[in-house]
Ligand binder design. Structure first.
Ligand code: IMP
Length: 390
């Protein structure tokens, strides 16, 4: 018999809603501060911060040089994908590091995400196989942090990779993951990870749950891991930021993930749709699309075994996402909604959101009530009513 059988189903972000708190002048929409820590830094070391709580997923079809530069300019970051030769990944890292967003303040008025020298912040992904060769190239190219890209981070391979990096490059923070349990978090924290990605089986291109039966609803994963993270912080004084990763589709998902305890989110599909993602637009029927594929898909095959040990079957699919225009427009809209939600909750920043948010599980009928219903809308943007009413 299984060691533990949990009868409470795991939940996803879309099943929760935020309750309003008192909105004050300090938490008015314009005053909401979305900045967040990239990782834990020992006392005396300069912290790396993001002005916005969004990171680009370490994926071939998302985080290339153009997206990483634009993300840094807008105050976020992108994790440069490692499913490519170390040399080309280092080239992308160098390109990003030559950019100085602090010369420019983004139109949203936020400072770009930078290192101590005003250069664009850049995180590079690594795997647990060729790290001994890859990591020195990336550190040499100026990577500010390294993030281990693994679908299941609760492994001795990850521990070994972190130990190796810590010994040779102790000043470079390592982001571990992905994990979805308190045990997984503790393991990576004790191994030396300075931030942890949370999520398994929830990505838009992900078929891990279907193929292997492993995974967890992202909300439940964040809740359990955030509780463990907070206890770990009380015990050790080390606050490890959590990155909610996989399946975040819109502002509701982002603000719910942050309220439940995430410090920033990682997005793939959302960013793959933008002008700055690496692939050219294609016409599919009468729609303009961009290709988007999983790191565990057949398309990423030559690097398949590096991330997914069982190269025998795919853990991701390949498809298209509808082109959505410039990254900035998409992020501005997304974050305007996140700010408005935080303001409604009376929270002026992400730390306050963690301390003060009231989050409630909602019923399926309640979710339906929260959508447009019983109305034939003009314009077609909200056409749910048509679907319900036949
Ligand atoms: P999305 O934002 O819902 O598109 O999810 C992106 C996330 O899915 C990434 O950050 C990875 O954690 C995860 N991911 C990327 N490629 C694959 C894959 O092939 N299989 C399963 N998960 C993947």
């Amino acid at each position: 018999m299984a060691r533990i059988i949990r009868h409470n189903p795991s939940r996803t972000l879309a099943e929760f809603r935020l309750l309003p708190g008192l909105t004050t002048i300090a938490s008015s929409i314009g005053a909401v501060d979305l900045s967040t820590r990239l990782a834990w830094f020992p006392e005396g070391e300069r912290e790396l911060r993001l002005s916005i709580p969004v990171a680009g997923a370490a994926m071939q079809s998302v985080s290339g040089a153009a997206l990483a530069v634009e993300m840094a300019r807008l105050g976020g970051t992108a994790f440069i994908f490692c499913s490519q030769p170390a040399e080309s990944q280092a080239e992308i890292t160098k390109t990003v590091k030559t950019f100085r967003p602090a010369d420019e303040i983004s139109a949203a008025g936020l400072p770009g995400a930078t290192d101590a020298h005003g250069r664009a912040l850049c995180v590079a992904a690594v795997n647990t196989h060729d790290f001994e060769r890859r990591v020195p190239c990336l550190v040499d190219a100026g990577a500010d942090a390294l993030a281990i890209d693994a679908s299941d981070g609760y492994s001795v391979y990850q521990e070994r990779t972190i130990a190796w990096i810590l010994e040779r490059f102790p000043h470079v923070p390592v982001v571990g993951g992905n994990i979805v349990t308190a045990e997984g978090f503790r393991f990576l924290a004790e191994a030396g990870a300075r931030a942890v990605k949370v999520g398994m089986g929830s990505g838009s291109i992900c078929i891990t749950q279907e193929q292997k039966g492993t995974g967890r609803g992202l909300a439940t994963a964040i809740i359990e891991v955030a509780q463990e993270r907070d206890e770990y912080c009380t015990r050790t004084g080390k606050y490890l930021p959590l990155i909610a990763d996989g399946g975040l589709g819109d502002a509701r998902d982002v603000v719910t993930a942050l309220a439940l305890g995430a410090d920033y989110v990682m997005m793939g599909r959302f960013l793959a749709r933008t002008e700055e993602s690496p692939n050219a637009k294609v016409q599919v029927g009468n729609r303009v699309m961009k290709p988007y594929w999983g790191e565990g898909s057949a398309r990423a095959r030559e690097w398949h075994s590096a991330r997914y040990h069982q190269a025998a079957f795919p853990e991701g699919v390949e498809g298209f996402v509808e082109y959505a225009g410039p990254l900035k427009d998409n992020l501005d809209t997304l974050l305007a909604k996140v700010r408005a939600a935080m303001s409604s909750c009376g929270c002026a920043n992400i730390i306050e959101l963690h301390e003060k948010a009231e989050v409630e599980l909602v019923s399926a009928l309640s979710i339906r009530e929260g959508q447009v219903h019983d109305v034939f809308t003009v314009g077609g943007e909200h056409d749910n009513s048509m679907k319900w009413n036949g």
